[in-house]
Structure formats: C-alpha cells, structure tokens
Design a protein around this ligand. Sequence first.
Ligand SMILES: NC(=O)c1ccc[n+]([C@@H]2O[C@H](COP(=O)([O-])OP(=O)(O)OC[C@H]3O[C@@H](n4cnc5c(N)ncnc54)[C@H](OP(=O)(O)O)[C@@H]3O)[C@@H](O)[C@H]2O)c1
Length: 283
Amino acid sequence: MRVFITGLQGQLGRSLAEKLSNGEGAIVVSGGDLPDWDMTDPEQVDKVFADFNPDVVIHSAALTNVDYCAENPAEAVRVNGFGTYNVAVAGAVAGALMVAISTNEVFDGLVNRPYLEYDRRNPANPYGYSKWVAEQVVERFAGHYMIVRTSWLYAPGGANFIHKILTRARSGEPLRVVTNEVGSPTYVNDLARAVIELIRTNRQGVYHLVNEGGCSRYDFARAILELADLDIPIEPITSDAFERASSPPPYAPLDNVFAAALGVKMRPWQEALAEYIREYEQV
Ligand SMILES: NC(=O)c1ccc[n+]([C@@H]2O[C@H](COP(=O)([O-])OP(=O)(O)OC[C@H]3O[C@@H](n4cnc5c(N)ncnc54)[C@H](OP(=O)(O)O)[C@@H]3O)[C@@H](O)[C@H]2O)c1
C-alpha cells in the first residue's frame, strides 16, 4: 500500500508517518508539507501524486490556527478549501482513497449533545467554515473518500493546551480557564492508530474519531493539574472575559458511532491524557 500524507510535519502527520513506517513492511509512505510542497499550487500537487501514485492519501494539511483564520477568512478558504480541492482532484486521478481530516468546528455547538456523523453542519467560525468547504470539496471531487472529524488534538512536543497549562502552573502564574467551551480532547497517537485501522476496513463515508467523552476547557485543565500532582487553583471564567478573534463552538464533543460500529474504538479522554502526561510531561 502506498500512502501519501499531506501535512507530514504537523502533529498528526508525524504520528501517522511513524506508525505507518513501523507497520507491516508492505506500506510505502511519502508526504508533503510547507515550505517544500504547497497544496494550494495545483501543479505541485498533480506532479507529486503522478510521481508517487498513491493508493491512499491521508489529507492532514491545513491552516489550523483558528484565530489566524478568523482574521484572514479568505486565506483560510483558499488554503483549506482550494488546497483540499487540489488534493481531492489529484487523488481521484490516481484512483486513491482520500482520507480527509476535519474538525468538530464544522458544527455550531448549540445542540447540547455530542454530535453524530451526519448531523447538520453549520460552521461556528471562519476556520470551521473553511473546513466545511473542504468537506464539501471532498464529497464532490474525491473518487473514494473518508472524512474523519476530530477535535482538541495534542501531541508530544507541541505547544499544546496541556503544555501551556503545566508551564503556567509550574511558573506560579495565575490560571484562568473557560467553562463554556466543551469538546473532546484527543491524543494524536490514538487518532493516528484509529485512522490506520479505519483505512483497513475498506469502507468510505464520514467518521468521528475522538477520545471518548467530553469536558470543558476548565475540566480539562483541572484533570491536567491533578494528573501532574499539582494542587493549584484555577479560576473558572467564561469566554466573554477575554478577547480572541475566533469563537469556538460552545458544546461540540463528538460521538464516534460509525467507527465504533466497525470495531474501531477510542479509549476515554482521561485515560489517554494520563498516559500522555506520564510519558511526556512529568518533571
Ligand atoms: N489541532 C487540532 O486541535 C485539530 C482539531 C480538529 C481537527 N484538526 C484537523 O486535523 C488535521 C491535523 O491537525 P494538526 O494539529 O496535525 O495540524 P498542524 O500540526 O497545524 O499540521 C498541519 C500541517 O499542514 C501544513 N500546511 C499548512 N498549509 C499548507 C499548505 N498550503 N500546503 C502544504 N502543507 C500545509 C502545516 O505547515 P505549517 O506549520 O508550515 O503551516 C503543518 O505542517 C488538520 O486538517 C486539522 O484541521 C485539528
């Protein structure tokens, strides 16, 4: 199996490449990322796919800075929408399965229950809008596809939420965290494993893959401190207490119904977080 990963240097791209390369030997992995390979350039995308001839394209590349997307909505659509269009078209020409990674932010977060795969999309913000465009481009132009939505990713080495909370706590800075943003924290290594399992099912369609359950950012921060044995108070606040360019969906955990029905299971977010902190954040 020949697998091409877009966004190879990103959090998910790196984990996918590592897991696929350590696999059963019959897998050849390649990938592209900025600055050498730009998915918004159709000629570059066509050329790399014609040369590599992938069986599977895992499309992980995206402009993921939600605040930057809110400040630059046209660029967000150009990169996430048009870039995905280029990948979908070139993948279809190669006859490849396209596995497009998407987000819980295609939902508005107003229904007060975890989202199911075929719930109505109504993006909460410009980043969500650009990923919604990307999903539609995949549905329209990729020959065979899976759309895999996930949320609140964290990975070793990243300047992620967990690392920021621990750094602030350990340096004695006050902690204030919002209670009115609820999602499903997801460990990138769990997601990468599940994406590979999902590909092996030979199915298509829309899937959610998050660590099971959901919590507010405040509860997430509390769990992080407890697991790191830090008895430090956190002030609960709501999002109107601080300014940011993007507004996240207020309640957007995802339910992994379809993947679980195919036997692709995710563990609860608390278990994944405990392992991550044990392995990467203990001092
Ligand atoms: N992170 C999350 O919490 C989260 C949540 C839900 C869904 N997702 C989705 O999951 C996927 C993976 O996320 P991630 O956290 O691994 O993202 P990431 O770490 O930001 O990686 C994305 C990669 O894509 C690259 N990229 C951006 N624009 C590109 C372009 N025009 N051409 C080629 N490569 C380009 C980035 O390069 P630069 O770094 O140089 O820009 C980066 O290496 C994304 O599709 C994202 O939308 C992420």
